[in-house]
Design a protein around this ligand. Sequence first.
Ligand code: 5CU
Ligand code: ZN
Length: 386
Amino acid sequence: MPPPPDPPLVVDIHTHMYPPSYIKLLSSRTTVPYIYQPTETPDSDPRLIILASDDDPSRPKSSRGRPVDSTYSSFDQKRAFMRRHGISCSVISLANPWLDFLDPDTALKTAQDINDDLDGACAENNNTDSPSHDALKLYAFGCLPLSAPAKDIVSEIHRLKSLRHVTGVIMGTTGLGKGLDDPALDDVYAALSSTATLVFLHPHYGLPDSAFGGPEVVAKSGHVLPLALGFPLETTIAVSRMYLSGVFDRHPQLQFLLAHSGGTLPFLAGRIESCVAHEREFVANGGHRQGPQRSIWDVLHTNIYLDAVIYGQPGLKAAIEAAGSVDRVMFGTDHPFFPPLGNDKEAKWLSVESNKGAIDGCLPEDEAAKRKILGGNAIRVLGLDL
Ligand code: 5CU
Ligand code: ZN
């Protein structure tokens, strides 16, 4: 009998942290995004108030947003989570809203400090000479000072190449403030392309409350509407705008990894393609505007990777299909968001189990494909040394 195969290497490419320096920054603020330490109950966890809908003035601050405990900032807790779920390597990223809210003057220095902190923490973790070293590996996506002048953003993109444990960047959908189809981003896209820097695109702003019937309707189900629908649609709209405005025509080398399996893009790509083919505004159909030059499927298969953070088989099947192959989909957990809500501190996280379950369910007979999604693709694409 052949020996049983080694267990797959599991790499988590969607796992966040607010490093201690960032917690300090949020704690120093009183407007969104901010961290509120309840003074009335000093022993309770501080509150994380980062979404516009979190800051509901009809509620006391001590119950706005969500509790933010040490899982958000502790590397020990990250490792404990990895051990519990059989994760060999995590590519950590600053969680939303990154540095979008900073003054242009402070953005570059803050980004440099946070990126150095993340790289340093990964280096310390991965140091095999350290007495506390274990087999778990950490890498990071850096953050960009997007409110700073474009030249500073470009300089940080280049500097990040010298940080050994930084394997790409995370960013939101606002770009320089006007979205990712803003022509002013061309120098940034050129720098990302020329340095072969992978961009992990992640939502934060969702949709306005009015899309859901107003703030009263949103409040009735807490975070469900903004997170379940607002986040994925934000990603879908951002990438569709990039596509329609020709970003991928002008920058054919760009590489984006889309959070939450690309929102609804895998499901809607065919409809986008059809609407483009019938749009009279576009030159190809007799109009005056250039319109996208490439098929959206070509962009999906060449410029885009999708994470597997979709919590179910139908969504994951659509992601694999839209990505064009199992080679362009990567496992993630979204830790520390969506923690178990019971008292069992050792409980497995539903988010991890449902994402792993979807991979097993979609590819029941294909061990090689499962291994690619669980870790092989991340190792190859991000050049991880595991
Ligand atoms: O679903 C997610 O990715 C998240 C996230 O990253 N940040 C957040 O505030 N909620 C959910
Ligand atoms: Zn996330």
